[in-house]
Design a protein. Sequence first.
Length: 255
Amino acid sequence: MTERSFVSATSGPIVLGLSLPVGSVRVQVIENLITARVVLRTDDNTGPAADAVNRARSQQNGRAFGIEVPEMPNGVVVQGRRGTVIQSVRSMNIVGGTIRINGRVVSGGMADMPTVSPIEVTVCLPAQSSIAVVSQSADAKVYGYVDRMEFRSVSGDLGVDGVRELRANTTSGDIRVGRATEQINAHSVSGDIKVRLYDGHSATLNTTSGDIEVQATSGAAGHVSAHSVSGDVEVSGARHLNVSADSVSGRVRNR
């Protein structure tokens, strides 16, 4: 196992920026925690994943705390809950039944490509902190309430218990929010978007082939925009709001 810890140089709430190409992120917001802490780990002792953990960089400027985990090179295969993810595919060619990824022949399978364990990130944040996660294929789960959150991923899922302001973009991942109290802007191509409780003043939810569900409370105000191309759209408890909800081929319910 390879593990590294990073501790904020300031006490109290921080704004954490985390770049993790492939892996998973688990965030716990702790009410009485004084100093933020981030732990990177992989089950591997050596190899590309262990090297990435060891080469991770951090920087801090006041309350802004940034951590960057570098990419693993040369088409590394990462084993995880999603199966296998090929990292850093710069080129893929298929000629006469032969598959080449980054110049390496893999038509007989991936046995010749290095296979590594995923990188797992555990974050402990003081209350009222904010976080941004940028990844290619990393799921993020936030337990507790954060002030602001930004999430950008190609195939990662996002789950957050509570957030004041959220911006989330993913291609094939799902976005699930327990409670959004001010503003939410969520976009996915093939993933679902679900907001269990919404009592903010602005919500923009868009997906191409996924479903959208949002439950507004009596404390919500302003505008809710929910659009899908082929998925279902359901907006509940929003009769007192300005709602724009539609789907080209899916079912739309506004109740």
